[in-house]
Design a binder for this molecule. Structure first.
Ligand SMILES: Cc1cc2nc3c(=O)[nH]c(=O)nc-3n(C[C@H](O)[C@H](O)[C@H](O)COP(=O)(O)OP(=O)(O)OC[C@H]3O[C@@H](n4cnc5c(N)ncnc54)[C@H](O)[C@@H]3O)c2cc1C
Length: 251
């Protein structure tokens, strides 16, 4: 974006538990300039002795005035994420800087006759910026075909489970949950790593129109590299893949 952003005070005004170790935090940030779906921000915590730590977090929902939400999954032994998930209380403040990132974004194309199909591939908390895109699509009434392939360890780790189920039935959003460690009983697909077959383009007409699909891939670095390899084999190119890497895979 080219702009040098400054740190802004952010006050916690809302909390929503997502899973046993993840929650959504909603901040009011006076002076927030707005953002696009897919962008992230930096969070800075400063201790009374002046020591400070900063980390990047994807923005979880479309811009709504000076409100900004993030969803954080606690990383055991982490410096910042356990504080955000377990300790921070309503009314507490921290600093944010953003929005950051101009490439990993999705915006609806205005009334194009053929909408570009969008494949979203998320691993773990990598679903967060993809959820911002899903919510933006609904908010703007976009008819772009959207398919979310979401890889998680087990069913109790699924972020936004209820909302995804609801949007799958109401918004023509295709959602596929892939379990890497434990698949729920009765699942057709055994637990395991994401494969080419999991990412193959649906045969429906809206996915095979004149505009080739674009893929957004987000998650731990090793996950993103693995998925990019599969997408290239399927005919995606560096121009039709956009990726965001969250850091260590935790493996
Ligand atoms: C652009 C971007 C967007 C991000 N968006 C989100 C988001 O929306 N939600 C979210 O929860 N996180 C997100 N992250 C990851 C986040 O920035 C932190 O890395 C994460 O919260 C861990 O920070 P920590 O201080 O708790 O752990 P640290 O103190 O930094 O690390 C503690 C231990 O955990 C390991 N570790 C660090 N990061 C990860 C990780 N991501 N996965 C597994 N193990 C890790 C380290 O190797 C170390 O062993 C994003 C990262 C980037 C770069």
């Amino acid at each position: 974006m080219g702009l040098r952003r400054s740190w802004l005070r952010a006050q916690l005004v809302g909390l929503r538990s997502e899973t046993r170790n993840a929650r959504t935090l909603i901040f009011v940030v006076p002076g927030w300039p707005g953002h696009l779906a897919g962008q992230h921000l930096d969070v800075r915590l400063t201790a009374p002795d002046g020591y400070s730590a900063q980390r990047a977090y994807s923005i979880a929902a479309p811009a709504e005035g000076d409100r900004v939400s993030i969803t954080v999954q606690s990383v055991g032994e982490g410096e910042v994420s356990p504080y955000l998930v377990e300790d921070m209380e309503l009314g507490d403040e921290l600093e944010v800087r953003g929005p950051i990132g101009g490439w990993f974004v999705w915006t609806p194309s205005p009334e194009a006759p053929v909408q570009q199909p969008i494949l979203l591939v998320g691993g773990g908390s990598g679903v967060v910026p993809l959820m911002a895109m899903v919510r933006e699509r609904a908010r703007r009434g976009s008819r772009a075909p959207f398919r979310l392939v979401y890889s998680v360890r087990a069913a109790d780790q699924v972020l936004y489970a209820e909302e995804l189920a609801q949007r799958a039935s109401e918004d023509r959003l295709q959602v596929e949950l892939l379990y890497t460690r434990t698949a729920p009983e009765g699942s057709a697909r055994p637990a395991g790593r994401i494969t080419e077959a999991d990412l193959a383009t649906p045969s429906s007409a809206d996915w095979n129109a004149r505009v080739p699909p674009r893929a957004y891939v987000c998650g731990p670095t090793a996950f993103v590299e693995h998925v990019i390899g599969r997408l290239l084999s399927l005919g995606y190119t560096n121009r039709t893949i956009r990726a965001e890497r969250f850091g260590p895979s935790g493996a």
